[in-house]
Design a protein around this ligand. Structure first.
Ligand code: SF4
Length: 763
């Protein structure tokens, strides 16, 4: 079917249903209507099924309208307090995920032993029995050799329930190697909070009650999750109450969030940490801080004060950031004087080599104005208490395997605070360090597209003796598989879910099939239960009594929340109201207080034999080291995630492609955004085809001359440039990860995404 025909048919299906207008809109549940059509053409059966979305990790509660067995519409669930019944524009793309014509309908086996980009794997169809037998045999063999750690599990965008089961399988099998995508863009954010209060997490911001938001590179309205909640709360605090919250956005690029804010303050790339300290300088020197909170609930204030006052006065920092000193003073006074206020850190500020320290410096601003665990400040996310599973059964093989160092080198001298270092894994595979990988399994992952230095993942997966990929589609990563296991999409499966930090209070969602699986596919939870059964012994025992498959497992885990019938009918469970001011128990630090000098970090580094000096535990700013020299590569490259970048790794969705770059009114492409002044100096005109070349690689793209970008920076939207998937994704736009260098925030191991230098010239 051609793209045009598909769009027409989809639109026609929607229009036909909408035009009939003969059904009331049920508030809840799977109510079924079977009225006769007036013209007697037949009977239409309609139902609304509560479930949840998985086009990003917000995992919103939704309801799907199903007409005559076909899903035709997605809306929010009004019982969700997190999103207040709303969802984001990307939710409806779930229909095109479900009905994507390039979905794989049966297990596949590779016949061509040669692997590489663009090389035909020579797929042949096999039965589930054969596929799972072969996977089971290989896993069994590795355990029998006493090398379970040589199994690598790669996890992309999955439900919370699938992530839980993948980890249980890894523990029971005996591998420390579960690697998620978090190490690509979330970890520096988390490490910064951990340094201050001992919580290795992203912050929850009480957006609903705040009066002032100071965003450091946070893409609140496009990609920061929980997105649907942020969109809803944004409307509430800007239009629906007497006091309109003010928003100031610090960003070298004019983003959608900057466009909707009260003030956009462009900044020299990579200098957000210095700005945060200059704001602290003004707040402290003018006595604008919350003296009670500082006195009673913080540690290390005097050293932090000395750091900010001695080194980060607005004039000095103005020269670093390019922001006038008077603007820095205005922002500081406004932030401290408009309470409650939030200092919000995003990947634009933290995806740099010293990102953890920048995250820490920004987070400390919240403590300065007392915005910790108060209404309208930073809160501590509560999660649903799923029913505990019994301890997994462990044999000698599993305990020895789990004790081996992890392939991503987390918690070593290289990445001391890291919980996952996603991009390191490609190099570990290539160098056989700390040991060779014998087998890998990917679950909805696509690091060959989404990780910087993407080509290294091609080489690495080409080297793994047995690679199994589970997903609904053939992605760039799946092209390296020896066995491909076709997954159900999120509208066909059972799961439980919740959002990343944002609401404060807990909320769980039940994902239930809105339609029967369209093809011979299985969910990743069912696959793992099945494989565990084939392995026998302690691995099989670890999966006994917890449900025997996806539906039973979800029922088991959610048993303490509400009755199964109620969960299915309502689709959500909402926990009690959030409790603020828990200062006597929320700080997990050596002092039991919020720490401006991080005892957690100092203790960790000492434990690892590292030297700790008077600066180590403070949120100081260090100038960024760039990849590439300034003479040959005079510009910096950044990326951003547009709202219509569907996070399951595919972009084979016409609705999303059609409005991919909202800011530019363009779809089916991405651009290299370049400032008008810079473009003129390079004799580049809007629409020209140009090369963007880094020290590592080069790509060809269309130039978009754009006032809203720092003259020293160029930017490319991520999510395009696929060389796999279907005709609506393949060959459209470019993938900036092909030219970004490999570098890390040292403490957290997060990829440093924005410190690669490039040159741009006409093709
Ligand atoms: S925010 Fe994410 S999970 Fe929620 S509707 Fe949008 S894409 Fe789906």
């Amino acid at each position: 079917m051609s793209r045009r025909t598909f769009i027409k048919l989809s639109a026609l299906a929607g229009a036909t249903v909408a035009a009939s207008r003969i059904f009331s809109h049920p508030a809840l549940g799977s109510v079924v209507y079977s009225p006769e059509l007036p013209d007697g053409e037949g009977v239409i059966t309609e139902k609304w099924v509560p479930t949840s979305c998985l086009n990003c990790t917000t995992r919103c509660a939704t309801r799907v309208r199903v007409v005559n067995g076909r899903a035709v519409k997605v809306t929010g669930n009004p019982l969700s307090r997190v999103s207040e019944g709303e969802n984001c524009p990307r939710a409806n793309v779930g229909l095109q995920v479900l009905y994507d014509p390039v979905r794989i309908t049966t297990p596949l086996k590779r016949t061509n032993p040669t692997k590489g980009r663009g090389i035909d794997p020579g797929w042949t169809e096999i039965s589930w029995e054969q596929a799972l037998n072969e996977v089971g045999d290989k896993l069994k063999n590795l355990r029998e050799k006493g090398q379970p750690e040589r199994l690598l599990l790669l996890s992309g965008l999955n439900t919370v329930s699938a992530e839980d089961i993948i980890h249980r399988f890894a523990d029971a099998y005996g591998t420390p190697n579960v690697v998620s995508a978090d190490g690509l863009d979330n970890e520096a954010d988390k490490a910064g909070e951990w340094m201050a209060d001992g919580h290795y997490t992203q912050s929850a911001y009480d957006l609903e009650r705040t009066n002032y938001i100071l965003s450091f590179g946070a893409s609140i309205l496009e990609s920061y999750e929980p997105l649907a909640r942020s969109l809803r709360m944004w409307g509430k605090i800007r239009r629906e109450r007497p006091i309109r919250a003010k928003v100031v956005v610090i960003d070298p690029r004019y983003s959608i969030t900057a466009l909707r804010a009260d003030r956009w303050v462009p900044i020299n790339p990579g200098t957000d940490g210095a700005l945060a300290l200059a704001i602290a300088n003004v707040i402290i020197s003018e006595g604008l801080y919350d003296a009670d909170f500082i006195k009673n609930w913080t540690f290390g204030f005097d050293e932090y004060k000395k750091l900010a006052i001695d080194y980060y006065d607005p004039e000095t920092v103005s020269a670093m950031t390019g922001i006038p000193a008077e603007t820095i003073r205005q922002i500081a006074r406004e932030f401290a004087g408009t309470r409650p206020a939030i200092a919000w850190r995003g990947r634009g500020a933290t995806s740099w080599p010293n990102g953890s320290y920048t995250s820490y410096a920004i987070f400390c601003l919240n403590a300065l104005v007392g915005s910790i665990d108060i209404p309208g400040g930073v809160t501590y996310q509560e999660n649903p208490e799923y029913r505990l599973m019994p301890e997994f059964a462990e044999d000698d093989t599993a305990s020895k395997g789990r004790a081996k160092p992890a392939l991503d080198l987390r918690k070593t001298n290289l990445f001391p605070a890291a919980e996952v270092v996603t991009n390191q894994v490609a190099d570990s595979i290539l160098e056989n360090k700390p040991y060779p990988v014998e087998m890998a399994m990917g679950f909805n992952s696509n690091f060959n597209m989404s990780a910087p230095g993407a080509g290294r993942w091609d080489e690495a997966l080409g080297k793994v003796p047995c690679y199994v990929h589970a997903a609904p589609f053939i992605s760039e990563m799946a092209e390296y598989a020896d066995i491909f296991l076709p997954l159900t999409t999120f509208m066909e499966e059972w799961a439980y879910d919740h959002s990343p930090p944002g609401s404060g209070f807990a909320e769980a969602r039940i994902k239930q099939p809105v339609v029967e699986p369209l093809y011979d596919t299985k969910s990743n939870i069912d696959i793992i239960f099945n494989i565990a059964g084939r392995l026998g012994g302690t691995v099989e025992q670890s999966f006994a009594g917890i449900g025997n498959g996806a539906e039973g497992y979800v029922k088991y885990r959610t048993a303490g929340l509400a009755s199964w019938e109620k969960l299915l009918e309502q689709g959500v469970w909402v926990g009690p109201d959030y409790e603020y001011y828990k200062y006597d128990r929320i700080f997990h630090t050596p002092s039991g207080k919020f720490e401006f000098r991080s005892g957690n970090l100092e203790a960790l580094l000492k434990e690892q034999g590292e030297e700790v000096n008077s600066l180590t535990g403070l949120p100081y700013y260090r100038e960024v080291e760039f990849l590439g020299n300034n003479d040959d590569y005079p510009l910096l490259l950044s990326t951003y995630q547009p709202l219509l970048n569907v996070e399951n790794g595919s972009q084979n969705y016409p609705w999303a492609q059609e409005m991919y770059l909202v800011m530019h009114g363009a779809g089916w492409t991405n651009f290299i955004e370049i400032n008008r002044r810079t473009a003129r100096s390079l004799q580049i005109k809007d629409g020209d085809t140009v090369w963007v070349e880094s020290p590592f690689n080069k790509i060809k793209a269309k130039a978009r001359v754009f006032e809203g970008i720092h003259p020293g920076l160029v930017s490319i939207a991520s999510g395009q440039g696929h060389h796999a998937y279907g005709e609506w994704a393949k060959g459209i736009g470019v993938n900036p990860n092909e030219i970004i260098g490999v570098d890390y925030d040292r403490l957290s191991g997060q990829s440093a995404l924005f410190n690669t230098r490039v040159r741009v010239y006409k093709a």
